[in-house]
Design a protein around this ligand. Structure first.
Ligand code: ZN
Ligand code: ZN
Length: 390
């Protein structure tokens, strides 16, 4: 691509990205975004563009040559229920909703790759462009899979990316094995007998029991799990039905647990039930534990990580490519696709000055757009390089 073409594409992508940013939509409500994506893909001349996959998901298909292998590239389209703090002319026009995770940038980078690959080819096989809904609440990938994604649009492997605040623009990171954690949610309800604040002995109040339980839950990670397994148990809410002069008869403890192996997630749940029941019994109240699994752990395939690094070498400066040091205890819906095919998820810099993800001042950095697009293109050419190259 000449400098002139590169600049023209960047300007066009900035226009798309800011349009998407100004019109953020919550998970499974990405009607306008999906229509925008589908219209662009058709304009680029893809072989097939299918809307409404798993709700508001879109799948574009591009075939070149005679190769029978297929590679999927995935972007997420949804925004968050956060009120944006911004003076930018393209700030959110939907009150209370904003692109605080950069999915506007991810969608734009994948559109750019579809445009370049449709125009220039340079691969032999099939590319599936997957635009998924509802990444943030971990339901969109499953919705697409349940809607027959693998049967209707089969592919052999999948790649995805996320921008990373704090990592400089033009920097690339990934790692083999565990990359992002599972997310489990829990709710523990303690029931006793509320009563007059002046007569605690006459009832069975739940607040002291709840406080003891919050403390005891801290021993799951520190005393019941191996230090070799990274895990987190965070109590995030404690709500009771007490008031100033009445002791509560009901207490709810809510929280979030992270882990990198299903066995660890199962053990966190098992220990939580033991501790909740034991603590409740000690305070003569009852405990009911609800435990749900929201995100599965994301594990990168070692061979595809090598391929991603090889592709990255054609896009990023050598000194800007690094092996991510440790897995992150955040979660990603991309992991659901890895239950079906091997894949690789990578991180691109959003700049050192970037506000954190999910912060009301966050904005995707447009200087990162071409890096993401070029990485997508490079990885397709790396993986679908024809019989001669394999
Ligand atoms: Zn997010
Ligand atoms: Zn995100």
């Amino acid at each position: 691509m000449s400098e002139l073409d590169r600049d023209a594409l960047k300007q066009e992508m900035i226009f798309w990205r800011r349009d998407l940013h100004a019109h953020p939509e919550f998970g499974f409500e990405e009607e306008r975004t999906a229509a925008f994506v589908a219209a662009k893909l058709r304009e680029f001349g893809l072989d097939d563009v299918t809307e409404g996959v798993g709700g508001t998901g879109v799948v574009g298909t591009l075939k070149r040559g005679s190769g029978n292998r297929a590679i999927a590239l995935r972007a997420d389209m949804d925004a968050l229920r956060i009120t944006e703090q911004s003076d930018a002319p393209y700030r959110s026009g939907n009150p209370g909703i904003m692109h605080a995770c950069g999915h506007d940038g991810h969608t734009t980078m994948l559109l750019g790759a579809a445009k370049l690959l449709a125009e220039q080819g340079g691969f032999d096989g099939t590319v599936r462009f997957i635009f998924q809904p509802a990444e943030e609440w971990g339901r969109g990938a499953l919705a697409m899979l349940d809607d027959g994604l693998m049967r209707r649009f089969p592919f052999d492997e999948i790649f995805g990316l996320h921008n990373m605040p704090g990592l400089p623009i033009g920097h690339f990171e990934t790692r083999a094995g565990p990359v992002m954690s599972a997310e489990d949610n829990f709710e523990i309800v303690l029931k006793g007998l509320g009563g007059h604040a002046a007569r605690p002995h006459a009832g069975n109040e739940t607040l002291v029991a709840a406080c003891a339980l919050v403390t005891n839950l801290q021993t799951i990670v520190s005393r019941r799990l191996s230090p070799a397994d990274i895990s987190v148990v965070s109590v995030t809410e404690l709500i009771t039905d007490g008031t100033r002069n009445a002791l509560p008869g009901l207490a709810r403890i809510l929280g979030d647990a992270r882990s990198f192996r299903p066995e660890v997630s199962a053990e966190i749940e098992r220990q939580m039930r033991i501790i909740a029941e034991g603590t409740a019994a000690a305070y003569n109240v009852t405990a009911e534990v609800k435990y749900s699994r929201e995100f599965v752990p994301l594990r990168n395939d070692a061979e595809l990580v090598d391929a991603a690094f090889a592709a990255a070498r054609g896009v990023f400066e050598p000194g800007n490519i690094a092996v991510a040091r440790e897995p992150m205890t955040a979660s990603e819906d991309f992991a659901r696709f890895l239950d079906h095919v091997p894949g690789c998820f990578v991180f691109l810099g959003n700049g050192e000055a970037s506000a954190p993800l999910h912060n009301s001042s966050y904005d995707f950095n447009d200087d990162g757009l071409l890096f993401g697009t070029n990485f997508h293109v490079a990885v397709v050419r790396q993986r679908l390089c024809g019989e001669a190259g394999r």
